[in-house]
Design a protein around this ligand. Structure first.
Ligand SMILES: NC(=O)c1ccc[n+]([C@@H]2O[C@H](COP(=O)([O-])OP(=O)(O)OC[C@H]3O[C@@H](n4cnc5c(N)ncnc54)[C@H](OP(=O)(O)O)[C@@H]3O)[C@@H](O)[C@H]2O)c1
Length: 255
């Protein structure tokens, strides 16, 4: 039987204020799901809440939460359980990159990237897994990157964090697979979001978009793949998905 998303589904999405997280929230809203949205920007989150309600989400709550903050993550998960009574899905999309050569890269920027992308993923997973075990199952998708398989110059911290997300996800997945919890990792290539615009060089100066938007997928395309990963047959586990833009020339003219 295919596991279908519905108004019974409760999903926590981190990084829901923007990009892939926001698009995933709206895609799950279209399935009528109940949503718990996490990010730091309360004003952006409240806009996504309104959009999600308009798309058909049966209930939406949001929590201004820095995923680096252990107690803030635990509070958001407890509040989600109090409000909805269960957690079926966790999507970890919160992330950032601060770019710069290792020679000259600050420890502060290193910690910001590792703590957000890797430790944040650990903290949210640790907080939801006990509830998923109690209720007899659940699904977690952690978003790594193509940069989780290949080193990229000036992105050492980001690559280290995303390599780490893959190792963490594979290990957790083996710990919980016999409790009907599917833990998967998604490795997207370039996606046209604010991510590359937000990425800055260590030292403070913002860079132009790091990549040609014409070579990117859209956040909505990634979200539709996330929905497909969630709607697998009960006994099938899509453990890892690598996603790349297909026709680069076509992309150039379309976006
Ligand atoms: N775009 C790409 O080309 C690409 C490719 C491969 C993988 N990815 C990965 O996909 C994920 C989503 O990226 P995106 O492209 O959607 O970027 P985005 O549009 O910049 O979104 C990033 C999200 O992460 C949230 N965030 C950042 N730091 C946070 C923190 N400390 N605590 C809580 N939330 C935090 C941001 O919200 P606030 O600022 O409001 O907190 C925002 O909602 C990231 O993990 C990224 O590494 C992106």
């Amino acid at each position: 039987m295919i596991h279908e998303l519905s108004s019974n589904t409760v999903a926590i999405i981190t990084g829901a204020s923007s990009g892939i997280g926001r698009a995933t929230a709206l895609a799950l809203a279209g399935k009528g799901s109940r949503l718990s949205l996490l990010a730091r920007s309360e004003s952006d989150l409240s806009e996504v809440v309104e959009e999600a309600k308009a798309r058909g989400a049966s209930d939406v709550r949001y929590f201004a939460c820095d995923v680096r903050d252990e107690s803030a993550v635990d509070r958001a998960v407890v509040a989600t359980l109090d409000g909805f009574g269960r957690i079926d899905v966790l999507i970890n999309s919160a992330g950032l990159s601060l770019n710069g050569e290792v020679d000259g890269y600050s420890l502060e920027d290193w910690r910001a990237v590792i703590d957000t992308n890797l430790t944040g993923t650990f903290l949210t997973c640790r907080a939801v897994v006990p509830a998923m075990k109690r209720q007899g199952g659940g699904q977690i998708i952690n978003i790594s990157s193509g940069a989780g398989r290949n080193g990229i110059k000036e992105m050492a911290a980001y690559c280290a964090s995303k390599f780490g997300v893959i190792g963490f996800t594979e290990s957790l997945a083996l710990e919980v697979r016999n409790q009907n919890i599917r833990v998967s990792v998604l490795l997207p290539g370039s996606v046209a979001t604010d991510f590359s615009r937000v990425a800055k060089r260590a030292g403070g100066a913002r860079t132009e978009a790091a990549r040609e938007i014409g070579y990117s997928m859209t956040a909505e395309e990634v979200a539709s793949v996330i929905v497909a990963m969630l709607e697998q047959p009960d006994q099938a586990w899509m453990s890892e998905v690598t996603l790349r833009p297909l026709n680069l020339e076509l992309r150039r003219t379309r976006i």
